[in-house]
Design a protein around this ligand. Structure first.
Ligand code: GDP
Ligand code: MN
Length: 346
């Protein structure tokens, strides 16, 4: 299938989802995973879950990304877990290496300070690189040139509920940009200057603010149980991005491109520990029409320590409505009610 310039889908061979069909009913979309060779068994576990509940019916291709080449073992084990096509890609250096304007000594010293404040992974350079790549670079990979939608899948996640419809076609036909399952508050110590930089950006680019934005959601920390002083105006509520189903046209837009470039130059991917989840979420909340953001209440999902577990006979292996089977205090991180309060059920 292709899209005409007005965005209309050209429907090929309706109902044909055979893995190797030249013309199928699939949308230009892929399952997408950034993953290390050492995580192959956890990746296979995630694939088996998603294949079982959904992809065995639709056979969307899997695209795997890595900063080093995938091993034969990785390729063999993952391609054996699906009937669909598997694509293995190395990330170009210029998308992964720390950018030239980031000063190494400043990185080291700020990492020490953050670590002293309990910020996890602060001195792990590859974690910063990963967050930056997931924020503003993955969709520029040449292998995704002709792909519009993706479903991000991490190793060692779980899917619990049978899904009988083409999720990508749902996104397209209902004009959705972004789909999520879980909404959480972030650790404000990871992003003290993210909101101030965003405010600066908005002052320079008021034209990017969407008429039907979710600014109220982005800034509402009234019900946040913990002190949020460090976040300087951002609630830290974000779509938990280890799950995302999204339209890359949004990331490829002028608004998002300008925003990412501003943030990248500001340095917070390295001098602080900005995650791709708050960056994506703020951008969606400000530059996208809030009605184009969709809660997949029907997709049962777990990335430790949180669940989305619907009340449905289609779900097996999770407890309805339970957010976590971790410690009780983890419940304070749930901010889905704030999304529903401001934006409705999407
Ligand atoms: P967390 O969920 O925030 O604890 O972060 P993860 O360790 O799960 O990392 C997020 C995703 O990025 C996972 O899919 C990892 O496999 C992947 N990832 C993180 N760092 C690297 C890296 O240095 N190289 C590669 N290839 N993948 C990475
Ligand atoms: Mn993870």
């Amino acid at each position: 299938p292709t899209f005409e310039p007005d965005g209309k889908l050209v429907h090929y061979d309706e109902g044909n989802y055979a893995p190797d069909a030249k013309k199928s009913d699939r949308i230009e979309a892929t399952l997408l995973a950034l993953v290390r060779n050492s995580e192959v068994d956890d990746m296979v576990q995630s694939m088996q879950d998603l294949e079982r509940v959904w992809n065995n019916k639709f056979n969307y291709p899997w695209t795997f990304f890595n900063d080093v080449p995938f091993t034969e073992e990785f390729k063999e084990k993952t391609s054996a877990a699906t009937n669909a096509k598997c694509i293995y890609e190395v990330i170009p250096d210029e998308h992964w290496t720390k950018p030239s304007w980031i000063d190494d000594a400043t990185f080291q010293s700020s990492a020490k300070v953050l670590e002293g404040k309990g910020v996890q992974y602060a001195s792990k350079m590859s974690y910063h690189q990963m967050c930056r790549w997931n924020s503003g670079l993955f969709y520029k990979h040449p292998a995704l040139k002709d792909t519009r939608y993706y479903w991000r899948v991490e190793p060692n996640v779980h899917f619990f509920c049978d899904i009988d419809y083409d999720v990508f076609r749902y996104m397209h036909d209902n004009n959705k940009t972004y789909g999520f399952t879980i909404n959480l508050y972030d650790d404000p110590k990871t992003l003290p200057t993210l909101w101030p930089e965003t405010v600066k950006f908005l002052a320079d680019h008021p034209e990017h603010l969407n008429e039907n934005n979710a600014m109220k959601w982005v800034t509402d920390d009234e019900h946040r149980p913990q002190n949020n002083h460090d976040a300087q105006g951002y609630s830290t509520c974000h779509f938990w991005s280890n799950f995302e189903v999204a339209d890359m046209e949004f990331w490829r837009s002028k608004a998002y491109g300008d925003y990412f470039e501003h943030l990248d130059k500001a340095g917070g991917f390295f001098y602080e520990r900005w995650g791709d989840a708050p960056v994506h979420s703020i951008a969606l909340g400000l530059f996208e029409d809030a009605s184009k953001i969709h809660w997949f209440r029907d997709i049962g999902y777990q990335h430790i320590p949180f669940f989305n577990c619907p009340n449905s006979p289609k779900c097996k292996g999770c407890v309805t409505g339970r957010l976590t089977d971790g410690e009780a205090w983890l419940h304070r991180d749930d901010c889905r009610p704030v999304w529903f309060k401001h934006v409705g059920m999407g």
